[in-house]
Write a protein that binds this ligand. Structure first.
Ligand code: 0RA
Length: 628
């Protein structure tokens, strides 16, 4: 084979690469829905972040255009434009058309591995009906356009410029992607996170459809991140910050305690949120537990051994490591597997915390006291649980009297409705299909678990009833496989009180029965707001929009009834509109993002009033059917 043939062969291979992306796109970006769509933007911005990590880029600007395109502009070095010796085309064209081509040029110690999939910018090109790349480099502005991964022009020199950097504008290919719009809040959330994780980098977003814009830039890095996470909480001290950078690994930890009982630790590897944790998180936890227990002992504060959970109660922390060759494991590939990282993080955190405790004895004693309280409360909870167990109050062997159980014993087919109010409970009992639907009437407001520890939860009759009906236990002893129903459905009025009750229950599930949410077992029923009658036919509308639409379609001579509560519906209506699996629309509760969910719950249920007011004013509509 001549050299020329060889080059041709490789070029063809490169093109085939992108064809493969178009044939099996989900393999490269995970989904073709909203998530995949936003992933395309993350893929591009990760390359700009790499430039920033290498020390050449300080600003990234993202614009959502009115026509649905997105542009990402940075002030990095610009993608090289010189002719690639092997492919005989400009390097930028190689980057845009060859899978994983990016890494070939540079010898950086580590890179953001391109979101979870690490696929490179060519994938975005392959999945765009139109893409333009502009490079500012060596005093010139260059431009090239593409469609569906193939160049539609040569790389052209456009003008002179003193600036450097890269701009990519793309229109997602809606022949492949499901038609979806870019969401300002989703993108902003990720950009804020990236700005925290890469201090000093300025990330601007502008939404030209609405005029919304935001500038994210945090000189304080993850110190600012924990302050942001704690912004609605009462904090105990300024953030503790520990960091160490060697040639091929960078470790950063920020910790700040608040007066709540919750543990919120977020870990990242190369800017990727490692939801499933891994070696870096293990190293951190091990070090923290060891250092705290040693401090207790050395300072003779109290003769007891703290568990890791005791020390982490009320702690907000961010751990960020940057390493050259991350191995991601686990179900969602968000668990760091590199075992060497555990010892490195452990030793850096041990040293850092020891120094901090030595230099800040007041804070150290505060944290110790909080941990001791936690240990004592945990012991009390253990006893309360023991007592509850002895009385059988938590097992399903001793089902609450109020529960109208279903006859099916198959959890996968069974549903539990938690119904607010006596009359609604009565209607639900009569209207249900008793084969697979169980009804547990619940009454009024329950304990706000956001402000209570487990032992207090266990002393509440109302909560114990719910826990024993579900059958999984609670807290550390929770066992999802014991669930007696695979659908637990909250059903309350669509008014302010009903929303409050739903939110209280959501908080209970989020803080103490979270695996039920993670397993996709928790739902909110959506009873209709209106009944519209025309002659003998009746129609139901979930919201104003639907009501207006139905009224328009039906024309004149309709009667309209607004339901104030579930109780106004007779058993048959309740079945038809809200309970019948064939007709109802359930809202599945998911934890899209733990950080967001956590912030929302603190805001809705915590002590500070102002942030709650602001949030409710801003999200008045969504709060009614909070979907986290
Ligand atoms: C390859 C090599 C170099 C930079 C880049 C790619 C690069 C890619 C993107 C994508 C968006 N913004 C970007 N900025 C840079 C290194 C260039 C050099 O050595 O000068």
């Amino acid at each position: 084979m001549t050299e020329k043939d060889e080059y041709k062969a490789e070029k063809i291979q490169a093109l085939e690469g992108l064809e493969a992306v178009r044939k099996r796109p989900a393999m490269y970006i995970g989904s073709l829905g909203g998530r995949g769509l936003h992933h395309l933007v993350y893929e591009v911005i990760d390359n700009s972040i790499d430039e920033a990590l290498a020390g050449f880029c300080t600003q990234i600007k993202i614009i959502i255009h009115k026509d649905g395109k997105v542009s990402i502009a940075d002030n990095g070095r610009g993608i090289p434009v010189d002719i690639h010796p092997k492919f005989n085309i400009p390097a930028v064209q190689v980057v845009m058309t060859k899978l994983h081509a990016g890494g070939k040029f540079d010898k950086k110690a580590y890179k953001v591995s391109g979101g979870l999939h690490g696929v490179g910018i060519s994938v975005v090109n392959a999945l765009s009906s139109e893409l333009i790349v502009e490079v500012r480099r060596d005093g010139k502005l260059y431009r090239q356009s593409y469609s569906r991964g193939k160049p539609t022009s040569e790389l052209k020199e456009i003008s002179d410029t003193k600036e450097t950097g890269t701009t990519i504008i793309f229109q997602p290919d809606y022949e492949i992607m499901e038609k979806n719009e870019f969401d300002y809040d989703t993108l902003s959330f990720r950009f804020r996170e990236l700005a925290f994780l890469n201090p000093g980098v300025e990330i601007k977003i502008i939404d030209e459809r609405t005029g919304k814009k935001h500038d994210f830039c945090y000189e304080g890095g993850i110190k600012s991140f924990v302050q942001y996470l704690n912004k609605n909480k009462e904090i105990l001290h300024q953030p503790i910050y520990i960091s160490k950078k060697t040639d091929d690994i960078e470790v950063e930890v920020a910790v700040q305690y608040n007066d709540s009982f919750n543990e919120s630790i977020y870990s990242f590897v190369n800017n990727i949120n490692t939801i499933e944790g891994g070696m870096h998180l293990n190293g951190f936890k091990t070090a923290l537990t060891r250092v705290a227990n040693k401090y207790l002992k050395d300072n003779k504060i109290e003769k007891l051994t703290l568990s890791g959970a005791d020390i982490r109660e009320g702690m907000t922390a961010v751990i960020s490591v940057k390493i050259p060759d991350p191995q991601f494991e686990g179900q969602t590939k968000t668990k760091l597997g590199n075992s060497e990282v555990k010892g490195i993080v452990d030793s850096i955190v041990t040293q850092g915390l020891n120094t901090y405790f030595e230099e800040n004895p007041v804070v150290a004693k505060q944290i110790m006291q909080k941990s001791i309280n936690a240990a004592q409360a945990r012991e009390a909870a253990r006893k309360a649980r023991e007592l509850a167990r002895r009385k059988g109050a938590l097992d399903s062997g001793n089902l609450p009297g109020k529960l109208a159980d279903c006859s099916s014993k198959d959890p996968a087919k069974s549903e539990l409705f938690l119904v607010e109010g006596d009359s609604a409970g009565g209607s639900a009992k009569q209207g249900r299909d008793r084969e697979f639907q169980a009804i547990l009437p619940v009454f009024g407001k329950i304990l706000n678990v956001e402000k209570a520890r487990l032992n207090k939860v266990l002393t509440s009759d109302k909560l114990r009833t719910v826990i024993s009906a579900i059958g999984c236990g609670i807290g550390d002893e929770f066992e999802i496989k014991k669930a007696r129903y695979h659908k637990v459905i909250l059903m309350a009025d669509s008014d302010v009180d009903g929303s409050h009750i739903k939110t209280l229950y959501l908080t209970l599930f989020y803080r103490y029965l979270r695996p039920l949410i993670e397993g996709g077992y928790l739902f909110v029923a959506q009873p209709p707001l209106y009944q519209i009658k025309k002659g003998k036919a009746s129609y139901y509308a979930l919201d104003e929009k639907q009501k207006d639409q139905i009224l328009k379609e039906l024309g004149e001579k309709c009667s309209l009834q607004r339901y104030k509560g579930l109780g106004e519906m007779n058993p048959k209506q309740l079945w038809e509109t809200t309970m019948d699996p064939q007709k109802r629309k359930l809202l599945k509760i998911t934890i899209e993002d733990a950080i967001q969910a956590d912030t929302i719950f603190t805001m809705l249920m915590g002590d500070k009033v102002e942030p709650r007011k602001d949030f409710i004013q801003q999200h008045a509509r969504e709060v009614a059917n909070l979907d986290i």
